[in-house]
Design a protein around this ligand. Structure first.
Ligand SMILES: [Zn+2]
Ligand SMILES: [Zn+2]
Length: 358
């Protein structure tokens, strides 16, 4: 079957091959025929080595498809079920899950170090234990979350990572208060989802900050009340918050520089919400006096910062009610053969989300 392959960390192009095999099917597993996958910024970060990932590997962790095989002992799944791929499924019984923090469950994280594919005799890993840039994938049943019939595959794929991450940061992690002021640094698919989450929560001002003009325009269409370039951010803060700083600043880039900027633009007692996935050697610094005296809350938000399955359900309910727009998050569509175009669209910032249809 066909898949996009990254042979070595650091290569900036993927090779589309047609001799990949999805391996590991057996008890507790399901086989999925992937139908749609989004390109998330984390895929690029894994390719470049910013995020740790063994190679060779098949990128992609935001996908959806149809179950074609069900392993022994799997209950609640049947052949023909439409599903989205959850790259970090809560196990339900570890200490994190018992505390209601299923998004911190590490039970399935072992999948990362288990090859999901084979090409010839060689093992091939799947990014984040999945690897959705492939026609077929074998995953633990918990990674396949059934979706309702009215949810299209392309939108379902996005709910598997980017949308859940952004919406959850605003709703679960920050618990944005009605009437508050919000700034969002980085307005790709995840940042736009933060903006939609802040809007759903009733924020009065939502300022989008991004160097790319098309993204600023998009942010306004999705609910930002104003969109500025990074150079205009400080002026906007002074004008909108009378110099005090925003109630919430979301960092959706994943660098210490933007996190530091977010900290600076947050009012005393406000919340800095870190959504971007950054590198192991990139350190965020804050001096001890400010940390104490300014009482700014630093709130990291991983995968939506809450019960992942509950987050999916909420997203689907909001989408169905027309309260959030997910269809227009997909600005580009390509086939798997054109996967490198998708990478370029993400790198240059022209795409909010590119959907790869399989
Ligand atoms: Zn768990
Ligand atoms: Zn992602």
């Amino acid at each position: 079957m066909r898949a996009a392959l990254q042979s070595e960390i650091g290569q900036d192009k993927l090779e589309v091959v047609d001799d990949m095999q999805a391996v590991g099917f057996g008890p507790g597993k399901v086989r999925i025929r992937i139908r749609a996958t989004g390109l998330c910024h984390s895929d690029l970060s894994a390719m470049s080595g910013v995020l740790p990932q063994p190679a060779p590997f098949v990128p992609g962790h935001e996908g959806s498809g149809v179950i074609t095989d069900v392993g022994d002992g799997v209950t609640g799944h049947a052949v023909g079920d439409r599903v989205l791929v959850c790259w970090l499924p809560p196990c339900g019984h570890c200490p994190s899950c018992r505390r209601g923090q299923g998004h911190l469950c590490l039970e399935a994280f072992g999948n990362v170090a288990t090859p999901n594919f084979k090409r010839g005799d060689g093992d091939v890993f799947g990014f984040a234990g999945t690897g959705t840039f492939s026609e077929e994938m074998v995953v633990p049943a918990a990674c396949a979350v059934p979706i309702p019939d009215d949810l299209p595959f392309d939108i379902a794929a996005l709910i598997g990572c980017g949308v859940t991450t952004g919406l959850g940061a605003a709703v679960n992690t920050a618990e944005v208060q009605a009437g508050s002021s919000v700034a969002v640094i980085g307005c790709g698919g995840v940042g736009i989802s933060v903006i939609q989450g802040a809007k759903v929560q009733g924020a009065a001002q939502i300022i989008a900050v991004d160097p790319v003009e098309s993204r600023r325009e998009a942010a306004l269409r999705f609910g930002a009340t104003e969109a500025v370039s990074p150079e205009e951010f400080a002026d906007a803060k002074n004008r909108i918050t009378a110099g005090e700083g925003f109630d919430y600043v979301f960092e959706v880039v994943g660098t210490s520089a933007t996190a530091q900027k977010a900290y600076e633009m947050t009012r005393r007692g406000g919340s800095v919400v870190v959504v971007g996935a950054g590198a192991l050697d990139d350190n965020f610094q804050v001096n001890m006096f400010s940390l104490f005296f300014d009482e700014k809350k630093i709130l990291p938000s991983m995968y939506g910062g809450g019960d992942v399955l509950r987050s999916y359900e909420r997203t689907i309910a909001l989408w169905r009610a027309g309260r959030i727009d997910l269809a227009n998050l997909i600005t580009h569509r390509v086939s798997l053969a054109e996967v490198n175009d998708a990478l370029d669209q993400m790198r240059t910032g022209v795409a909010l989300r590119t959907c790869i249809e399989l």
